[in-house]
Design a binder for this molecule. Structure first.
Ligand code: CDP
Length: 207
């Protein structure tokens, strides 16, 4: 039987986790789960007036409309529903099963290496200065056609970071055994190469 091999990538908002996770997953041929999309989907349903706990319990993880979920309003709503232990509990089993599937998996989020899969073979904590993260998120949202103000994006990122770090349920924390990747002055190619180095250190058979 093919064994589990989990690459857990955590870090604050817009640090580059998603881009690195997608590239690492493609390189290894592993499936990738962006766990933030689960919280964004619940946040979107809160904005539609639904109870977030009921929304989390009935979430269809196979039908997440990534494009519609990548807005600043949904991101803020996601970080509000993410403080609720019942919401987190409803999303736990799906993430855990994904992490430990046979053959390996890459997951990114806030609590993958600390709560969802503390036994992950590779843990990365991806970070960057708040200004750099806000700049990248502003460019990303503009590329999607949104009209956003850079100063407001920075305020959004800082508010979300504070909520994610200060909550009681699975707060954003660096796992003690995580490799820290500060991408502030790295190109995306260099960040991906550093992430793959950490994977190879844990599994030398990766080409
Ligand atoms: O892409 P970005 O880093 O801006 O955010 P995201 O990963 O899509 O996550 C949106 C929000 O969901 C975060 O601000 C967290 O509040 C929450 N989240 C979480 O609590 N736990 C996770 N594993 C992933 C996301």
């Amino acid at each position: 039987m093919r064994e589990a091999f989990t690459v857990a990538i955590d870090g604050p908002a817009a640090a580059g986790k998603g881009t690195i996770a997608r590239a690492v997953a493609a390189e290894l041929g592993f499936p990738h789960l962006d766990s933030g999309l689960l919280y964004r989907a619940v946040g979107a349903r809160l904005l539609e007036g639904e109870d977030p706990v009921a929304a989390a319990r009935s979430l269809n993880t196979a039908e997440l409309d990534e494009h519609a979920l990548r807005t600043a309003a949904v991101a803020q709503a996601a970080s509000k529903v993410a403080v609720l232990p019942e919401v987190r509990a409803a999303l736990l089993d799906f993430q855990r099963a994904f992490a430990r599937r046979a053959g390996g998996a890459v997951l990114d989020g806030r609590d993958i290496g600390t709560v969802i899969c503390p036994e992950a073979e590779v843990k990365l904590f991806v970070t960057a200065s708040p200004e750099c993260r806000a700049e990248r998120r502003t460019a990303e949202l503009r590329a999607r056609g949104a009209e956003v103000d850079a100063a407001e994006v920075l305020q959004d990122v800082l508010a979300r970071d504070a909520r994610d770090r200060d909550r009681a349920a699975s707060p954003l924390r660096q796992a003690p055994d995580a490799v820290v990747l500060d991408t502030t002055s790295l190109t995306i190619e260099a960040a991906i190469a550093a992430a793959l180095d950490a994977v190879r250190a844990a599994r030398p058979s990766v080409p």
